[in-house]
Design a protein around this ligand. Structure first.
Ligand SMILES: Cc1cc2nc3c(=O)[nH]c(=O)nc-3n(C[C@H](O)[C@H](O)[C@H](O)COP(=O)(O)OP(=O)(O)OC[C@H]3O[C@@H](n4cnc5c(N)ncnc54)[C@H](O)[C@@H]3O)c2cc1C
Length: 443
């Protein structure tokens, strides 16, 4: 049907915004249950952050994307979408500090560091255990209380400042409990004298598709079927339950959003001023990184290396071709280099700096080892859990819930979560939409 505006008018029971893992998982689960939905993606390709690009025989993801799956039903789905070409990989990650490597996580592996640094780390940890820190306000206080001054000064504070792009004082203490492994005193002492074999943290083993993480999105996209690409919604009338595109007006019964929350609120024509203000306080870091192709193999076996020290322009370097040899031509390697500076870099001046760092770390044996490098940018990387986070998010989510809009995913839900979570978010959103449609039909 064509309306007065010359645009087509149509209706869908469920509209989904965004075809990253969350949106596609929602569409997959709805369609598998026999329900009709439409899924709209702004870009010409589905996958969101989970894509792999190829150039001259090298393959690059959007920095390291390793799949960790605790939930068996999600693992089964992911394996089905990825197919048989994949491997389980035991993490080999280290920290580069004081001109040498120490195992990750730094807080439980001071062995190999200069003795005075190792001593400061162990003594600081012991001192912190004996003190009453009261309630912890921010990430810096969290580090000092849980790890002590040595570990905080040598790793936790400089590294996290570089990773998040904001001072740890700006980040609330709450978010870290799930992701920052806290060692026992025994771990710290054993790690300082080099007698530990126990890997700490949630990501000691991961699943990686042979052709890169994009294989997961590609498999899911194929299972989903029709995805409307290059379709950017221009306005949303949440009261009338309508999406406005340039060429079409789509009314919906249920809306599932997975695009970043502030962008969604920008599009809602009927968002109140308080909601717009709250959305403007939701902060997220963007990330600039390099895809780096090497003419030769990577000279160290590590999957990725954390770099806390200010003299390097990057805070983490990873090697895709160690995740899967098929990511680079035989005898060559490819890396991701995550940059501290969030500005668009001048590659001509940056690249020699990067090569110097890679040489010092022993990843390359010659500055000419770099065949080519590309600058990449992720507009949304890490949601910042600052002190306004809870209150602002509550206002925005309250509005969307009153308008019966489900907002989910890493950026639609505005959280810190992983790919397996995204698959679960989509599944839960589909279940919620199904219940709402049944409720509506029963009225
Ligand atoms: C640097 C980095 C490293 C990571 N490493 C890992 C890792 O090792 N392991 C792990 O499990 N997870 C990792 N993650 C997290 C992982 O990327 C996310 O959990 C997952 O991709 C989230 O999927 P999503 O669908 O929620 O969001 P996205 O992938 O962001 O998908 C949202 C989609 O919405 C689309 N969209 C935006 N605006 C519109 C619009 N107006 N209309 C229509 N569509 C729109 C976007 O184009 C995008 O396709 C990492 C993330 C980052 C940033």
């Amino acid at each position: 049907m064509t309306g007065l505006t010359g645009r087509r008018h149509s209706h869908t029971p469920v509209a989904i915004l965004g075809a990253g893992l969350s949106g596609m998982s929602a569409a997959f689960h709805l369609r598998r249950a026999g329900l009709e939905c439409r899924i709209f993606e702004r870009l010409p390709k589905p996958g969101g952050h989970v894509v792999t690009v190829a150039e001259r025989g090298y393959r690059f993801d959007c920095t390291g994307h390793l799949l960790h799956v605790a939930d068996e039903s999600i693992a089964a789905l992911a394996l089905d979408w990825i197919g048989p070409d994949h491997q389980w990989v035991d993490r080999r990650s280290v920290v580069w500090s004081h001109g040498r490597t120490t195992r990750y996580p730094f807080q439980a592996n001071a062995y190999g560091l200069p003795p005075e640094v190792a001593k400061a780390c162990v003594m600081g940890f012991i001192e912190a255990q004996g003190q009453d820190h009261g309630s912890l306000h921010d990430f810096e206080q969290f580090c000092l209380a849980k790890f002590g001054k040595g570990i905080s000064d040598h790793f936790m504070i400089p590294y996290n400042t570089r990773l998040w792009g904001v001072a740890p004082k700006e980040i609330s203490a709450d978010w870290c409990q799930r992701f920052v492994p806290i060692p026992t005193l025994e771990d710290v002492v054993a790690g300082a004298v080099g007698v530990t074999d126990r890997e700490l943290g949630y990501n000691t083993r991961f699943l990686y598709p042979t052709q890169g993480i994009g294989q997961l999105s590609d498999g899911l996209a194929a299972a989903v079927g029709d995805i409307e690409l290059d379709r950017s919604v221009k306005r949303i009338d949440t009261g009338r339950q309508q999406l406005h595109f340039d060429d079409e007006q789509v009314s919906y019964d249920v809306l599932i959003n997975t695009m970043p929350l502030p962008s969604l609120i920008d599009l809602c024509v009927d968002a109140e001023q308080g909601v717009i203000e709250a959305a403007s306080k939701l902060r997220c870091t963007h990330l600039v990184y390099l895809d780096v192709a090497l003419r030769s193999p990577c000279q160290k076996p590590y999957h990725w290396i954390y770099v806390p020290e200010a003299r390097y322009p990057f805070y983490r370097v990873g090697c895709y071709s160690h995740f899967s040899a098929a990511m680079a031509p035989p005898g060559k390697a490819c890396l991701y280099v995550e940059l501290v500076d969030r500005q668009e870099p001048e590659l001509k001046t940056l690249l020699p700096e990067v090569a110097r760092g890679l040489l010092e770390m022993g990843l390359i044996d010659h500055p000419e080892a770099i065949l080519f490098a590309r600058v990449r940018r992720l507009d949304h990387a890490f949601v910042i859990f600052d002190h306004a986070y809870d209150a602002s998010l509550a206002v925005v989510k309250g509005f969307l819930s009153r308008r019966k809009i489900t907002t989910t995913g890493r950026y639609g839900g505005w959280n810190y979560s992983a790919m397996s979570d995204a698959i679960g978010f989509g599944r839960d959103a589909a279940a919620g939409a199904t219940a709402r449609l049944q409720e509506g039909a029963g009225r």
